[in-house]
Structures are given as C-alpha cells and as structure tokens.
Design a protein around this ligand. Sequence first.
Ligand code: ZN
Length: 279
Amino acid sequence: MSATPDNPTKSTIVFLHAHPDDEASQTAGAMARAVAEGHRVVTVFATNGDHGELPALGLGEGETLVDWRRREAMASAEVLGVQRVAWLGYRDSGMTGWAQNLLEGAFHGADVDEAAARVAAILDEEEADVLVGYDWHGGYGHPDHVKVHGVVHRAAELAARRPRLLESTMNRDLVRGFYEATLAAGEADSGFNPDGPMDDGNPLGTPASEITWQVDVSGYLPQRRAALEAHRSQATDIEFMLSMPDDFFAAFFGREHYIEPGLDPATRPSMQLGWPFSG
Ligand SMILES: [Zn+2]
C-alpha cells in the first residue's frame, strides 16, 4: 500500500531494526502514532537477537532463544499495530570486539549490497514511502546498529522508487539533562556519561542542534510500555526502563528523535515538535 489517489496522505513506513526490542526502546511511539493515523507500518529485523538474555524462568520445551525473541517481537508488533514483521535472519554480532563479530552469518560482516538488496525487495513489495534506520554510529556504536545505517542508505538507492530516509537517534543533550536530573533527585552516580565514549568510542546519539525531527509521542505511552513489556526476557535493559517513575518514563519516552538526511536542522529551530509522517 502506498499513497494513492484515494488515499493521498497515507504512507507505508518501513523500519529496519538491528535486534528484537530495539523497536520498543527506540521507535515504538512513532510506530504506534503512525498506525493510529492510518499509515502502514512494517518492521524488518536484521538479526534474531541471538546474544540476548535467557528468560528468567527458562525457555519452553524445544524452544530456542531465537524462537523466544521472535515471539516477543511479534507480541510487541501486535500491541503497536504493526501490520507486517519481516526477518533478514542474520546472526547478532555482539558488541564491538566480540569474537561473534566475525562469525559466519553475523550481520556485522554481511555484504552491504546483499543485505540492502533484501531490504530493497521489501521496499518494492510494499511500495514504501519512508525507510527508517539509525544514525551514522547506530546511536551507541553497537556493530549491528552501525550496520543498519549503511544498509538503509544503500537499500534506499536500490529500491525501484527511492523512499524518504529517516535515522532514529537519541538526543544527547536531553539524555544528559535527564541523567543530571536523576542525580539531583538523589540517585547514585553510575558513572554514565552521554558525552563519553560508547561501544565504538563515540559519544551517545546526536546533539540536539543536528536533529531534524523531535516527535511528540506522549499520547502513545501505554503502547510504548506494552511494547517494552513484550520484551521482558531482556531484563537488564527492559526492567530498567520499566522501573522508571511514571513522570520520568513519560518525559523520557514521550519524545523520539530522528534525523532526515538532506534536511537542514537549522530549519527546525529550538527543536520544535514535529511529525514527519503527515501529508
Ligand atoms: Zn540492538
């Protein structure tokens, strides 16, 4: 489905995510909002999340971690209203420098053209209007997230009809402010520093001045929470997010941030709220 004479303002939006749960923590608000506004949303997962945590109560009989994580991803898609989930089936590459980076089938080592051609085939099937990936360093330098950036840019070139590109990112200035607020509220200093080196040596996300779209998803917090809850096996990350006090959760997850390559962020002064999927 795409923009048609009958339906000129509706888009088909394809999100490429590195692992199951990245959609919940990064773009779930925009997905739920886009669906609510009548757009078609497709999620493509590059990897199966093979290096995730085992569920606390163990796997089901005959079930693998990949089965479990795919099931969680489908549950997340269900609560967000995502119409289609597709899997590229690469192996999770693990963090920078892990031996798994080099394993056969790991996304990190995948041929960019080959992976991009597979994404482009989905874009063509869907007549996609928009493709969403990650910023140039994958937000925090995870090799699979960095790879998503290169693959979406190439896939957009390979698609029969070039989609608009958006890159999900984190607002470094906002994250710094949130962290300072938690310290001011008496939380212990974990040493976290968004300006310090992340997995690949670069700081976290993107400075506010380089972000094109600050998206208000404050009306979709229940869906955001439900999508995170769907990935509860990944307890280290997910429980931290779910345990945020409600007002903090609302402030943190009520906005999402995207870069639109080629659109000058200076045209969007002071990080005004915007919505890239209207009209
Ligand atoms: Zn990930």
